[in-house]
Design a protein around this ligand. Structure first.
Ligand SMILES: [Zn+2]
Ligand SMILES: [Zn+2]
Length: 333
């Protein structure tokens, strides 16, 4: 099979993904072999390629996989050949630790990331345990469904962890792929959404998608918000996001790494009055399943920009340069 392989950590500008011929993987007893038709391109891949997150090398990246079941292991019962399935960031968890027992498999000591600890979707085929694959709602095409599996499902988790309730006000800092989706869900749930972003273009898009107010990160919103979600990779937004919070409000930090330190906080201004701060790590299967159902119900229409498998380096470079015209998806074959 054809696969784009990362052999060593390198700046994306050097085009580090190399097209290779690899053997088609053989599914284990509980695994399915997926013939991949689309794989989304995610910012996490840039972090892996450039070494901010450490993948197991060499690796086939990609964790927003859509394809059809081609072969099944002897113990597979949920899927049959030809079924359309998705694979997300959670490739496996141990199922035995106290985190797994409590439903927090995202925090499992044995958590394995797709395209990080196990080969992912920048290839014609992949294998995954049937318990970590999801049926894709008919409403979506293969390429539309791909970004729902990461940006969408993670955005849904961010929103869930924010504890937002119907009719409350939500603040979003930064307006990338996950924030787009969060805004649409919050709008569907009857919440008022304020978007804080430097980009004039993003502010206009946010208003088009249902935001009631959009401004810069330093601007004062019309009123305090009940929850904020911070999608930005910089530390400076944390005190800002805390200062626009209502008493008892919660800030959810939705990124894996911040590029620079969070500036010192003033206790009275930023934390007093029972404000909370929570980060988000990984994702559970429940998040993915619930989100796919919700996305079909709303329904969401993800904007897609397609690339070929061989153009993976280009897609990632454009992502780094923030040339974003919809979610970037590799169409495989
Ligand atoms: Zn991702
Ligand atoms: Zn576990």
């Amino acid at each position: 099979m054809k696969a784009m392989v990362l052999k060593e950590i390198s700046p994306i500008e050097k085009g580090p993904l190399v097209m290779m011929d690899l053997p088609i993987p053989i599914p284990g007893p509980e695994e399915i072999l997926v013939n991949i038709s689309a794989c989304g391109v995610c910012h996490t891949e840039l972090d892996e390629i450039e070494g901010r997150i450490k993948p197991t090398l060499p690796i086939v990246l990609g964790h927003e996989i859509v394809g059809r079941v081609e072969r099944s292991g002897s113990e597979v019962t949920k899927f049959k050949s030809g079924d359309r399935v998705g694979v997300a960031w959670i490739h496996s968890a141990c199922g035995k630790c106290h985190f797994c027992y409590a439903g927090n498999e995202n925090l499992c000591f044995g958590f394995q990331g797709t395209g990080c600890h196990a080969n992912g979707g920048y290839a014609q085929y992949t294998v995954v345990k049937e318990d970590f694959a999801y049926p894709i709602p008919d409403r979506f095409s293969d390429t539309e469904a791909a970004p729902l599996l990461c940006a969408g499902a993670i955005g849904y988790r961010d929103l869930r962890l924010s504890g937002i309730k119907k009719g409350q006000t939500l603040g979003l800092f930064g307006f990338g792929a996950s924030a787009h989706i969060v805004l649409q869900i919050a709008d569907y749930w009857g919440c008022e959404v304020f978007v804080f972003t430097r980009s004039e273009e993003h502010r206009m898009l946010a208003k088009k998608l249902g935001a009631t107010w959009a401004g810069g990160p330093e601007d004062e919103p019309p009123k305090k918000v009940h929850c904020t979600i911070d999608f930005t990779p910089v530390g400076e937004t944390v005190p800002r996001a805390l200062s626009v919070l209502e008493k008892g409000g919660r800030l959810v930090m939705a990124v894996i790494r911040k590029r620079n330190a969070v500036p010192s906080l003033d206790y009275a201004q930023h934390l007093w009055d029972e404000k909370e701060v929570k980060s988000v790590a990984n994702i559970t299967r429940k998040d993915v399943e619930e989100f796919l159902t919700l996305a079909a119900e709303i329904p969401m229409r993800p904007e897609i920009q397609e690339f070929t498998l061989a153009e993976a380096n280009l897609a990632l470079q454009e992502l780094k340069e923030r040339k974003i015209r919809g979610a970037k998806v590799l169409r495989i074959k």
